[in-house]
Write a protein that binds this ligand. Sequence first.
Ligand SMILES: [Zn+2]
Length: 124
Amino acid sequence: MGPAPAPALSTVHAVPAALRTKLARAKAPETADEPSWNDATEAAVEWIVSIKPSAEDGLGHWFCGRGGWDAEGGWDAVVFSLRLLAFKPNGMIADWRDRLFHLLTNCPYCIEKYQTAKAEFVGE
Ligand SMILES: [Zn+2]
């Protein structure tokens, strides 16, 4: 097996600093509360849906990282966004949910890591 192919430039991305700050605030016991969770969730889903899926298979591989998705860098944001499963799927949330379900019916590697993400989310 050779090295992994370089990700397509259009799919390279990094978690914005503002989102990282919001996630940290929402996760730290001394600052975590309803408003900070909502703030972080909104920023996370905005960032997730702003990233174009891979041109190869039309999927954003949030969990397994195929197609150039930075699954490691985006892990916290993606795990945090799983809160949205409990929300009414309107607007951006519907978009997010469609992508999640599409992903989970098309990539077995993402399904596998999704189990880990869910366990992590429940443990928070
Ligand atoms: Zn995948």
